[in-house]
Design a protein around this ligand. Structure first.
Ligand SMILES: [Zn+2]
Length: 110
């Protein structure tokens, strides 16, 4: 693999920053940023910024969704228990519901 790739942001070359300017006086252009390759699993290996990543995702969202369509909701096993604080006299107060035993909380359970 090459030591660099060009940012995949579809509008990277239109963002007005001095580091994108190339060319000689009278024929200057804004150019797509070059990205050094460092980690295969990082989006920053393909996009120079979250801004360019978001522009890519917004422009190609239909194609992106077709990569892994979600036709049914996912679920993650969990339990809810009531938790009460006990006051000085041993009586419960401030009862609240607590989510426990949530496996892979926040991660899709595919
Ligand atoms: Zn970019």
């Amino acid at each position: 693999m090459s030591s660099h790739v060009w940012c995949h942001g579809p509008y990277c070359h239109t963002h007005q920053t001095l580091d994108r300017v190339r060319g000689s006086q009278g024929s200057k252009v804004l150019r797509t940023r070059k990205i050094k390759q460092w980690r295969d699993d990082s989006l920053y290996n393909w996009f120079c910024s979250m801004h360019c990543y978001n522009e890519f995702a917004n422009k190609y969202v239909q194609q992106i969704v077709r990569i892994a369509p979600r036709t049914e909701p996912l679920t993650t096993p969990c339990q809810i228990r009531e938790h009460s604080n006990i006051d000085y006299y041993g009586k419960p107060y401030k009862t609240k519901s607590v989510l426990i035993n949530a496996e892979h909380l926040g991660v899709d359970n595919e």
